[in-house]
Unconditional design. Structure first.
Length: 275
């Protein structure tokens, strides 16, 4: 009987610590093109059932994309899932080697579903949408500082806000042109923006951060977006259903879209008696 191999990869800026099975020794590769090529060659010979990476802010993308391009099944998971799994199995210590073995054990026990990774174009669009979100956060922070600023700082803060606003306008124009230049994205954006409250930025966020939209059931999509009401029952106790987890950028974007939709007549509008 063929033994199924599960691989866990702990990612840092400079290295990839790889556990081929939860009990094996750790193999370390450099997190650069040469190291990734060596990792692909090594795992291609083994042909693992599944390779799991933790999401680490982008440091995992080169290795994960290269493995996926070589036809190997790859999943990038939320680090919180792996950490909770480690605690549940009694592993409280945390090192790169321990983390790699925990990820491999997680892959073997949980077997998360394999989904297509973002292609280069989608990754670049995601980076632009993320950068826009960062600039908006900076504008809000500077606007809050302006309220308490002394006279000597007011002009400097206002100048910075104007500069940030120009960058924001440029990025939003760039995002719009990028989507319009892609027939598939343009079609998705048109469908999404036909829903009251959803504008160009929310539709771009959904295209980037919820690519499963249209491919999975509405219940699974609600879970991914963090909008599914989760049970909290025990015995005769029936707790309140609450939404939790999911993808924060999607949930925030849909919240603002819903808030905008309540201002218009329709199923989401606020009743006159409550205005």
């Amino acid at each position: 009987m063929e033994t199924k191999v599960f691989v866990g990869v702990d990612v840092s800026k400079d290295s990839l610590d790889v556990a081929i099975g939860p009990e094996k020794d750790i193999i370390t590769f450099a997190n650069d093109q040469k190291g990734v090529d060596a990792l692909v060659k090594k795992l291609s010979r083994i042909d693992p059932q599944l390779t799991v990476f933790e999401s680490t802010g982008g440091y995992e993308l080169m290795a994960a994309s290269s493995l996926a391009g070589a036809g190997l099944p790859v999943v990038i998971v939320n680090p919180r899932q792996v950490r909770n799994f480690a605690k549940a199995t009694g592993i409280l210590a945390k090192t790169d080697a321990i983390d790699a073995r925990v990820i491999a054990h997680f892959a073997e026990a949980v077997k998360p579903d394999v989904r297509p990774l973002k292609d280069r174009a989608t990754s670049e669009l995601t980076a632009r949408v993320t950068r826009r979100r960062q600039i908006v956060e900076m504008i809000v922070a500077e606007s809050n500082r302006l309220k308490l600023a002394n006279k000597r700082n007011i002009k400097d803060i206002k100048d910075h806000i104007r500069w940030l606003q120009k960058r924001l306008d440029k990025i939003e124009t760039d995002i719009g042109k990028t989507i319009q230049n892609s027939p598939i994205w343009r079609c998705k954006a048109d469908i999404l923006q036909s829903v009251p409250g959803i504008g160009p930025i929310t539709s771009a966020t959904l295209i980037c951060d919820l690519p499963e939209l249209g491919l999975l059931s509405r219940k699974k999509i609600a879970m991914l977006a963090g909008l599914a009401p989760l049970n909290c029952d025990s015995g005769k106790f029936k707790g309140r259903r609450r939404i939790w987890g999911g993808r924060g950028s999607v949930r925030s974007g849909l919240y603002m879209a819903t808030l905008a939709a309540t201002r218009y007549k329709g199923i989401l509008s606020t009743p006159d008696c409550c205005r």
